[in-house]
Design a binder for this molecule. Sequence first.
Ligand SMILES: [Zn+2]
Length: 322
Amino acid sequence: MGKEEVYRIAVPTPFPVGDVNMYLVKGDCLTLVDAGVKTEEAWHVFKRQLNELGYEPADIEQVVLTHHHPDHVGLLDYLPESLPVIAHPKAQRWISKDPQFLAWHGMYFERFLIECGIDAAFLPSLPNFRRSLRYSCERSLTTAVCEGDRIDGLAGWTVLETPGHAQSHIVLYREKDGLMIGGDHLLATVSSNPLLEPPDEGETDRPKPLLQYNDSLRKLLRYEITTIVTGHGDDVTAVPELVEKRLAKQKERADQVLEMLKHGPMTVFDVCRRLFPTVYEKEFLLTMSETVGQLDYLEDIGAVTKRKEGSSYLFYEAVGSR
Ligand SMILES: [Zn+2]
């Protein structure tokens, strides 16, 4: 079995990223990896491409999700309810739109954003993460898969956990020929954003997505990967080179942040506005996630410390700058 048995289907999304790729894997059964975005347009484009490959939606026997983001799960709402859905356990709370989780998520971030230096009065005007959820689905996991698991009907493929871009992110790796279905973990032309997510309920510390992401990038170096078929855009073939390039780029941005902080303590929001002056309003969650990520990184290497000033704001400062 070769790469020719993994077929790409690309559908448009309403997001700045453009098209999203899904993959049809013809193995012991017909598996769809990722499930587009919930729009009429995506559904029609999906059906047409599926037909061109000789299939109907009813022929699909199972769906595997690389992660829970709306552009990778939304078309599940158009597919038969009986279809098995396989993903990391952390995808469940998102794809089911678990009301308790979403309420907790909203509450957590309200508090967190105030700590980041955002005036409480501005909170209602901020783009709400829930807005993108209308392009998501309302489904439930049939099977949860974790590191090292194999999936029935997908002989030869192994699940690898790659948290960072999403807490639920996994990739599928086929040892025999080094093919990987990589979701949004490593993209050919754009860097993949580590996104903020709240801590699990009952836990106090939020995940540090950039640190996780860097670890998950380095994890790829341990495998012999010939090609990664990706969630957006072209395949990636020179994996070690691209991993190094992404890591170097991140370090460069962290250095930029450290330079800013050498001039005095700043809140996360201060740093975000300086780092992304033209896009922070439009891409609020993305740019804040990136900023928090760089600060987590600098804190982790001991270059900055954070402290609470007064009751609410959190200030970061460069070590040794006072
Ligand atoms: Zn994504």
